[in-house]
Design a protein around this ligand. Structure first.
Ligand SMILES: C[S@@+](CC[C@H](N)C(=O)[O-])C[C@H]1O[C@@H](n2cnc3c(N)ncnc32)[C@H](O)[C@@H]1O
Length: 204
């Protein structure tokens, strides 16, 4: 089944429940994810247009806004978006799935995703293809995730309890990028967590 057609109620419910304490939760359970977000934000140049896919509570977009970028975000959880709107009342924040990004082709200079694709239920190739579609030619796409998660971290146990699902399935992002014709630049924050960057080809 095409991912976009799958029921997503449980994702929404889980993140809605977590939204009020999500920022604290990241600090306590997943500081490396915060570093990843910062590293991505540092790569963005002022004056450009950025879309954060699965923007959550809008922390990365808040950095980008401070740097002078024009910010947009999408997420599937109204609760997470409500938190993001408190930080970024001026940004374009929309309730939408990353399998069907509600923007025209080649609309953004940067399209980013952090800490959202490694969950067991996500199929990165669909998401990254959609991200490439809305990215301008010569624009950049960044992804910060854990490609080979240590099993049973405190964070994954917490999420398993909260969502009744494990969220630490290893994903081969290099294979996904290669399938799409890209060889990303990689920043390793540690052996389990990496930031990937590609420039969208001018020809397509
Ligand atoms: C772990 S949070 C990451 C949030 C933020 N990017 C960060 O770095 O903190 C995962 C986010 O992905 C969102 N999400 C999950 N499935 C999604 C989908 N199909 N489309 C859009 N957002 C989705 C959730 O609602 C949640 O806000």
């Amino acid at each position: 089944m095409k991912p976009a057609a799958r029921p997503t109620v449980w994702i929404t419910r889980t993140y809605d429940r977590l939204s009020g304490c999500y920022d604290l939760y990241m600090k306590v359970f997943y500081p490396v994810g915060e570093k990843g977000r910062k590293l991505v934000a540092e790569k963005l140049e002022p004056g450009k247009r950025v879309l954060d896919v699965a923007c959550g509570t809008g922390t990365l977009l808040a950095f980008a806004h401070q740097k002078g970028l024009q910010c947009s975000g999408i997420d599937l959880s109204p609760g997470m978006l409500a938190q993001a709107r408190k930080k970024l009342p001026q940004a374009g924040l929309n309730l939408a799935s990353f399998y069907e990004i509600p923007y025209p082709e080649e609309h953004f200079d940067y399209v980013v995703v952090t800490n959202a694709l490694s969950a067991t239920f996500v199929e990165p190739v669909w998401v990254i293809s959609e991200m490439l579609r809305v990215c301008k030619r010569g624009g950049e796409l960044y992804l910060a995730e854990w490609p080979s998660a240590p099993q049973a971290t405190l964070r994954s146990r917490f999420l398993t309890w909260l969502a009744r699902l494990s969220d630490d399935e290893p994903k081969d992002y290099l294979a996904v990028f290669s399938e799409l014709g890209y060889q990303p630049k990689i920043d390793c924050i540690n052996k389990h967590y990496q930031v990937y960057g590609i420039k969208k080809a001018n020809g397509g």
